[in-house]
Design a protein around this ligand. Structure first.
Ligand code: N01
Length: 549
């Protein structure tokens, strides 16, 4: 039996959430923290997603930590939307600058975590066999970190190379002269396809559902605009923290029906030319009214028809299956134009799915396609996948994944009843993936840090979400989504991309600003909805008496 190491908090994951949690808890609260990370470096999503074209769709100046003025002043972003290598370099810089590496154990996955009611400690077990006990467990496992290759028959038989965009080899992939397949046309596929097409001998894209994609219009940032931005960083950050999307935007002009057809076309064109996701927030009813939504959707379809030379290919690429924005909007650079290249073909697998992977390629109906390389851009078991992959056992030995068998249940998207002293950063029930992730992460970590200080000041050693508070929050999250068009897309937000996964809309759609207010309100009401107690409150073998709710 391995010896149990002890510390004050265990953090799982060294992406942006885990790194900031380590810094706050260790450097501001003086806690002894151990972080475990399955990769060999920091950066999370940006460590794994090294596929060609990988780029963030939140602008650089906002997709960065705000906790350190020195950091935000010294780091130089070079492009409007940061590319993966630059974001990874930034994460590595943060790790060095704040001496994070010494407390992170790399290439180590946590396989189980058990809460012991007597000692009020979590004991985590790593795949290395190491055991660590700590009063607090913080998961920073990411929302999109369980990559998924559909279980096609014959997968193992393929004689060429297979890659998933979310597990890209560090040394890169040379597609020169090769026959390449890309399966999947979500954000990852849409970014990778133009880059792969530039290099490959021939590229065949297998598309099941055509996606809405907007031009990113990425460009280098000028020194003058960076300097101007940095001069008023505090104001920009303050705005970002309360903005619905975690990025300050231009306020909507009103309903899509409040302007004439000509004016609407003009406004949509302005946003299309501007690039980025602000196209979707032009009108205040795009995400809630299907008729209004269809006006923006049709504008995008028209642009696709304009761009694609071959009418049959254009027809296949037109997205009609869901309202624009109901699945995560994609941003691209030359995605649609790529289908005008001679070395690119599009195969729709909507009616006739991919039946099997063969030794030479893959088969759709009676047709076998031959490839040297197959790239799976087939997405993730989102949000719950990374948490459910760990055997997390709360009180009475209940497994988190069993508690969540019919869908995730949390209080505020951060805690769950029956799992004391567990904080799940950007978990289901929080805005997370619907807003600027760095804003979500900083808000969660700061909120948890404040709660830990509160516990310490009051001598409490145990904190747990109350079931009533959790039920009511789950209702709030469902209710918020039900007023939008989000449930009409078969998205990973809903778990709809995984056969058999419960169909539950997981993120909170109320926006970053509103959510922050709710969390702050809970904190200032002495953490309403949580029960807390001191160790001395518990008599041996007596039921614990909650001292607060
Ligand atoms: O994954 P996805 P992703 N046969 O799930 C298809 C973030 N991200 O990695 O739509 C054939 O969106 C599937 O088809 P369908 C961002 O939040 C951000 O692209 O289910 N096809 C779909 O086309 C994003 O939303 C950035 O019918 C199959 C694709 O695979 C999230 O990550 C960049 C199939 C999966 O799309 C996930 O994006 C990249 C099958 N059996 C990612 N199974 C930026 O910041 C699945 N598909 C810009």
């Amino acid at each position: 039996m391995a010896e149990v190491q002890r510390c004050d908090a265990v953090v799982i994951g060294a992406g942006f959430a885990g790194m900031y949690a380590l810094h706050r808890l260790r450097d501001d609260l003086g806690m002894r923290v151990r972080v475990f990370e399955r990769g060999s470096g920091v950066g999370g999503t940006w460590y794994w997603n090294r596929y060609p074209g990988a780029r963030c769709d939140v602008e650089s100046m906002f997709y960065s930590y705000s906790f350190s003025e020195e950091l935000e002043q010294e780091w130089e972003w070079t492009e409007r939307f940061p590319a993966q290598p630059e974001i990874l370099a930034y994460a590595e810089h943060v790790a060095d600058r704040f001496d994070l590496l010494e407390d992170i154990t790399f290439e180590t996955s946590i396989v189980s975590a058990d809460f012991d009611e007597k000692s009020r400690e979590w004991t985590v077990r790593a795949d290395s066999g190491e055991l660590v006990a700590a009063p607090f467990l913080i998961t920073a496992v990411g929302c999109l970190s369980s990559s998924r290759i559909p279980p096609f028959p014959g997968l193992d038989s393929f004689r060429g190379q297979i890659f998933h965009t979310g597990q890209w080899p560090h040394e890169g992939v040379d597609f020169s002269g090769k026959k390449v397949a890309v399966i999947g046309t979500g954000s990852s596929g849409i970014q990778a396809i133009p880059k792969i097409a530039e290099q490959a001998g021939h590229l065949t894209v297998f598309q099941r559902t055509p996606a809405f994609s907007l031009p990113a219009r990425n460009r280098p940032l000028t020194a003058a605009e960076v300097a101007e931005f940095k001069a008023s960083y505090p104001e920009h950050r303050a705005e970002a923290r309360v903005a619905p999307s975690g990025v300050p935007g231009i306020p909507p002009v009103g309903s899509a029906f409040s302007v004439s057809d000509e004016r609407r076309e003009e406004l949509l064109t302005e946003r299309w030319i501007r690039g980025g996701t602000s196209f979707l927030s032009l009108f205040n009813d795009t995400s809630v009214d299907i008729e209004a939504n269809n006006l923006s959707a049709e504008y995008v379809r028209e642009r696709i028809r304009d761009i694609i030379d071959d009418p049959d290919t254009a027809q296949k690429l037109l997205p009609y299956d869901y309202p624009i924005g109901a699945k995560r909007i994609c941003l691209d650079t030359d995605y649609f134009a790529t289908y005008n290249r001679d070395n690119v073909d599009l195969v729709s697998v909507r009616e006739t799915p991919i039946e099997e992977i063969t030794p030479r390629g893959l088969r759709v109906g009676d047709t076998e396609y031959e490839f040297d390389v197959i790239v799976f851009a087939t997405g993730y078991d989102a949000m719950t996948g990374p948490l459910n992959a760990i055997d997390i056992r709360g009180t009475e030995g209940v497994l988190l994944r069993d508690k969540w068998a019919a869908g995730p249940r949390t209080y505020l998207g951060i805690a769950t009843a029956g799992f004391p002293n567990l904080f799940m950063l950007t978990a289901p029930g929080s805005p997370s993936v619907l807003v600027n992730m760095i804003i979500s992460i900083e808000q969660h970590v700061d909120w948890v840090a404040d709660l830990l200080v509160y516990l310490r000041e009051h001598g409490y050693t145990r904190v747990e979400a109350l079931l009533d508070a959790e039920d009511s929050w789950v209702e709030t999250v469902n209710e918020a989504a039900s007023h939008t068009l989000f449930p009409r897309g078969n998205s990973w937000y809903l778990g709809a991309n995984i056969p058999g996964k419960p169909r539950v809309f997981m993120p909170f759609v109320g926006g970053a600003g509103r959510y922050r207010k709710i969390c702050d309100g809970v904190a200032s009401a002495d953490y309403r909805g949580f029960t807390m107690s001191a160790a001395a409150d518990v008599q041996p073998d007596a039921a614990e008496v909650p001292v607060r709710n």
